[in-house]
Design a protein. Sequence first.
Length: 117
Amino acid sequence: MLARLRARLRDPEWRRYGYLLVAGKVLGLAALFGAIMLIAEILGHPVEAADAPKVLTGSDVVNPLNTVWTLLAAFLVFGMQVGFTMLEAGFCRSRETVNVLMECIVDTCLCGILFYA
């Protein structure tokens, strides 16, 4: 397996596919974070200081365990997207691999934006 990877890394066409995949991932993540920051800037409103400090009750505080579970589930689904991408790339012909990988990258970015929304 490593010998095959080394042989493919010597091939300029395979290196180009690898660079394209990494560039697409980086570009997608940059677009995702940019969209998140833009949406937060548009929808955000300034926090005004209250005259008296507010007393917090149990229902006002977000349960940290719920937050950890939600984030863990989101990271697992995001990691599942990588596995699904490799599965789809393995089932298609070699000439269609780049198209399938780009489709999955766009799908991953869209899912990230929709999760944030």
